[in-house]
Design a protein around this ligand. Structure first.
Ligand SMILES: C[S@@+](CC[C@H](N)C(=O)[O-])C[C@H]1O[C@@H](n2cnc3c(N)ncnc32)[C@H](O)[C@@H]1O
Length: 259
C-alpha cells in the first residue's frame, strides 16, 4: 500500500488532501481546519501516536542542526506549531540560540507561546503567523532552517523549498524531518495497521476528532518517498543533499546546504 499511494512529485501534493483530491487552492483551508481542531491536544497525541519516539527523532534533528553555544545563531522553524523543535534548539545551545517559530495556524502558535512562557524560554523564541510559501523575512537571514512533520501539509512544497533557500544565509543548513517510506519487512504491515486503524481511533478518544487524524495518516502516505523528496530539495538548489532513515524509514531526516 505504501508506495502505490505516494505522490511522485511535490506538485502532486498541492491537490491532495490526504487521499482525497481537492481543487487547486483548497488544500490549505482544509489543513488549517485540522490544526485548529487538534491544537490543544496536539502534543499529547504526538506522544501517544509515536509512543514517545518522536522525541528521539527530534533530538537527532537538533543534534544535526548543531546550534552554536557561543556565537550568535538564529534559526527559523517553519510549520513550527507548538514550538517543540525551537525549545529543543534553544536548550541544546545552552540558551545561546534564538529561534523564530513560523506557522500559518494561530491556534498552534498560541499553544506554543504558552509553552514558551511555562518553560522560561520566551526570551529566545518568537512566534510569527505566516505562510511557509511566502516567508516575511529578508534574503540571507538565518543560520539554519528546520521543518518537522510540517512540509507535507504545505500545498506548494516547491515554493516552500525555494523560500527556505532564499532566507538561509550562505553556509546555512536546511533540515527537514518528515514521515517517510518504511522499508522493513513486517514493520510495514504493523505500521499500516497502527496508522489506519489505531491512530484515528485514538484521535477520536483524545481529541474527539478521528477525521483529522485520518487526514494526517493519509498525508503521510501521500508524501514523496526519501529519494523523490531529496530530488525536490536538490531542485531548490541545495547542495550536499542527504537523508537518514530513522526507525526503519518511519521518519527520515533530509539535510542540505546553501553554499
Ligand atoms: C504536524 S504539525 C508539526 C508541528 C511541529 N513542527 C512538530 O514537529 O510538532 C504541522 C504544522 O504545519 C503547519 N502548516 C500547515 N501549512 C502551513 C503553511 N502553508 N505554512 C506554515 N505552516 C503550515 C500547521 O499549521 C501545523 O502547525
Amino acid at each position: 500500500m505504501t508506495n502505490a499511494s505516494r505522490a511522485h512529485s511535490t506538485a502532486e501534493m498541492a491537490t491532495a488532501y490526504g487521499f482525497e483530491p481537492v481543487a487547486e487552492g483548497q488544500k490549505q483551508e482544509r489543513v488549517d481546519g485540522v490544526f485548529h481542531s487538534v491544537a490543544s491536544r496536539y502534543d499529547l497525541m504526538n506522544d501517544i501516536m509515536s509512543v514517545g519516539v518522536h522525541r528521539l527523532w527530534k533530538s537527532v534533528m537538533v543534534t544535526k542542526a548543531a546550534p552554536s553555544k557561543t556565537r550568535p545563531w538564529h534559526s527559523l522553524d517553519v510549520a513550527g506549531g507548538t514550538g517543540d523543535i525551537a525549545f529543543r534548539l534553544v536548550e541544546a545551545s545552552n540558551k545561546n540560540a534564538n529561534v523564530t517559530v513560523l506557522d500559518i495556524n494561530g491556534s498552534m502558535l498560541e499553544v506554543g507561546r504558552e509553552r514558551a512562557v511555562k518553560n522560561g524560554l520566551s526570551d529566545h523564541v518568537d512566534f510569527v503567523e505566516a505562510n511557509a510559501e511566502e516567508l516575511p523575512f529578508e534574503d540571507n537571514s538565518f543560520d539554519a532552517y528546520t521543518v518537522a512533520f510540517g512540509i507535507r501539509n504545505v500545498p506548494h512544497m516547491d515554493r516552500a523549498l525555494a523560500e527556505a533557500y532564499r532566507v538561509l544565509k550562505p553556509g546555512g543548513q536546511f533540515l527537514c524531518l518528515e514521515f517517510s517510506d518504511v522499508d522493513v519487512p513486517f514493520l510495514d504491515k504493523f505500521y499500516d495497521a497502527w496508522s489506519f486503524s489505531g491512530i484515528p481511533a485514538i484521535g477520536r478518544v483524545v481529541t474527539g476528532d478521528a477525521e483529522s487524524y485520518r487526514y494526517l495518516v493519509e498525508s503521510i502516505r501521500k508524501f514523496p518517498n526519501q529519494d523523490a523528496f531529496a530530488a525536490a530539495v536538490r531542485k531548490a538548489e541545495f547542495a550536499r543533499v542527504d537523508y537518514r532513515n530513522m526507525t526503519g524509514g518511519i521518519a527520515a531526516l533530509h539535510t542540505g546546504w546553501k553554499i
